[in-house]
Design a protein around this ligand. Structure first.
Ligand code: FAD
Length: 233
């Protein structure tokens, strides 16, 4: 089961973003601005920054998450987001005696295939253990382990990259596991920065259309939108 815990973050993240933004157009410094900003003004500023695309100020707020219970499929997709810092449990240094793995619902829903899936994964793990008993180091024995292998990481991402990554990974055209992971991430951000969390949404909400080949149905694709507009004129 996916577990996400926000283990640390920039104190008062939204206020920090708002104060940083105000510095550019104010005669006073960030310390004074921080004292003067009311919660309403902070919310207003965050909204305006998003609307105007003044995104660099969102880099001042950092969030560090402990992530557990995801597959190596998903961690591989996650670390493609380059503007973040990651530390992942090593399969070189940690020998996986207790082997946990992820089973997609599409597989567990098919009893016969699911049985073979579990059999195959467990057989791979058994061979992994036997190879280590024969003196093969964990870093080499792990080559036999599947993508389904569970992993854990610590990830630090700033608010700008969170907005960007969520725009891609909360999209229902992304794979279910990473969508679920980012839903958990969003829920954690919501606890400390609700205004910011409201901006963690699929890209279509910002675009007003779906830029994938096929829409999930929330918004029409660009082509469907153009057809509609053409029909109206
Ligand atoms: C649905 C889906 C399917 C995908 N399928 C595939 C696939 O089949 N194969 C595959 O290889 N990948 C795939 N990806 C991964 C995808 O191509 C990106 O690598 C990943 O989403 C990271 O996002 P990003 O490139 O926007 O940048 P991030 O690394 O999140 O960086 C954020 C932004 O910073 C800027 N940036 C970062 N690094 C640079 C740089 N070096 N130069 C210039 N600008 C930079 C860009 O504006 C970028 O958008 C898929 C992603 C999604 C969401």
């Amino acid at each position: 089961m996916i577990k996400v815990v926000l283990i640390s973050h920039t104190p008062d993240p939204e206020r920090t973003i708002a104060a940083a933004a105000r510095v550019s157009s104010s005669p006073v410094g960030a310390v004074e601005l921080l004292e003067k900003l009311t919660p309403e003004r902070v919310a207003q500023l965050v909204e305006r920054l998003i609307a105007s695309g003044h995104m660099s100020v969102f880099e001042h707020a950092n969030f560090t998450f402990a992530l557990e219970g995801i597959s190596r499929v998903t961690s591989h997709q996650l670390v493609r987001h380059r503007l973040a810092s990651y530390t992942q449990q090593s399969q070189r240094y940690v020998s996986l005696k207790d082997f946990n793995y992820i089973t997609p619902a599409s597989i567990s829903g098919k009893a016969e295939l699911a049985g073979r899936y579990h059999e195959t994964v467990r057989a791979a793990h058994q061979l992994y253990l036997e190879m280590q008993d024969a003196g093969i180091p964990a870093e080499d024995a792990r080559y036999v382990l599947p993508n389904a292998a569970e992993t854990r990481l610590v990830m630090t991402m700033n608010a700008r990259e969170l907005i960007h990554a969520c725009s891609l990974r909360l999209c229902l055209r992304a794979q279910w596991e990473i969508v679920e992971l980012f839903e958990h991430i969003k829920a954690e951000v919501e606890k400390v920065a609700p205004r910011l969390a409201a901006e963690l949404k699929p890209k279509c909400y910002r675009l007003g259309y779906c830029d994938e080949m096929e829409s999930c149905g929330i918004f029409p694709t660009r082509a469907e939108l153009a057809d509609k507009r053409g029909g109206n004129t």
